[in-house]
Design a protein around this ligand. Structure first.
Ligand SMILES: C[S@@+](CC[C@H](N)C(=O)[O-])C[C@H]1O[C@@H](n2cnc3c(N)ncnc32)[C@H](O)[C@@H]1O
Length: 252
């Protein structure tokens, strides 16, 4: 069982990516790799990033630990090549892929070093590992809500190692890679409300690991804070969102 099984049905509703942005991410990924590359999307989830690759009949394989997520992806794209497997023990030969895509997979992941070792193992020598993520503006309502939720949950304690796995994994990759480059793959207009943030985090996989009473209390406190700050849970904030790719290559 994965914590993502329970959130799979709502995942896309809360983390929607405009179709044009998903297509632009595919184009950016393909532009960094050799012609007709073999691409592994590790932690492919419900296919939010992967569907344009499947529609274009690219040589694409999606892997996810969560059966629920694999099912959600299959419902979206019946013809997708999908494998339910742990990224820490990939069922593929060494040097099987030209590109491995990791999009928002590290949140709360304890064995991120093993997962990176596996990713590098299945990459061809000329291949690239691509770390993708959505970036929201620092001063935007989402960022402020997130900071407040962190304060409510952790006070002023430094984030736990697992909570900050993405940043640690990125540092580790920077040290290990031969080259690192950044790509702005897509930009779009989004509208956020405090209520969206609360709905999204209330059903989020990482948050769902906390005891139910802690979650309920934290969300109540966050809602009270948001009403004081923004006037209403339904206050609307237009924001520019970006999808960035950090590309790592390894000399071997
Ligand atoms: C936040 S979701 C992101 C999904 C997708 N990459 C996207 O951006 O839409 C993280 C995904 O990583 C998967 N995942 C987490 N740990 C994993 C592991 N060890 N092996 C494979 N998949 C994993 C989860 O099941 C989940 O589907």
């Amino acid at each position: 069982m994965s914590v993502f099984d329970a959130v799979a049905p709502q995942f896309d509703r809360h983390r929607a990516l405009p179709d044009a942005a998903a297509r632009a991410v595919r184009a950016a990924v393909l532009a960094t790799l050799p012609v007709r590359p073999r691409v592994l999307d590790l932690g492919a989830g419900s296919g939010r990033i992967g569907w344009p690759f499947v529609h274009a009949q690219d040589d694409y394989v999606g892997v996810d630990l969560s059966f629920g997520m694999v099912q959600a992806f299959r419902q979206r794209c019946a013809s997708a090549a999908l494998v339910q497997a742990d990224g820490c023990a990939l069922p593929f030969a060494d040097r099987a892929f030209d590109g491995v895509l990791l999009v928002q997979i590290f949140g709360g992941l304890k064995k991120w070093r093993t997962l990176i070792d596996e990713t590098v193992r299945v990459l061809r020598p000329q291949g690239a590992l691509l770390l993708g993520r959505t970036r929201t503006p620092d001063g935007g309502s989402d960022a402020r809500m997130k900071r407040q939720l962190d304060l409510i949950l952790n006070g002023n304690a430094p984030p736990a190692e697992t909570g900050n796995a993405r940043a640690l994994a990125e540092l580790h990759l920077e040290e290990r890679a031969a080259t690192v480059s950044d790509i702005d793959a897509a930009t779009w207009d989004a509208t956020r409300t405090p209520r969206d943030f609360i709905d999204r985090h209330g059903g989020g996989a990482r948050f769902s690991r906390l005891p139910a009473d802690v979650r309920a209390r934290a969300l109540r406190q966050l809602a009270d804070w948001a009403v004081r700050q923004f006037g209403s849970l339904d206050a609307r904030f237009p924001e520019k969102h970006r999808f960035t790719l950090r590309v790592f290559t390894f000399e071997r």
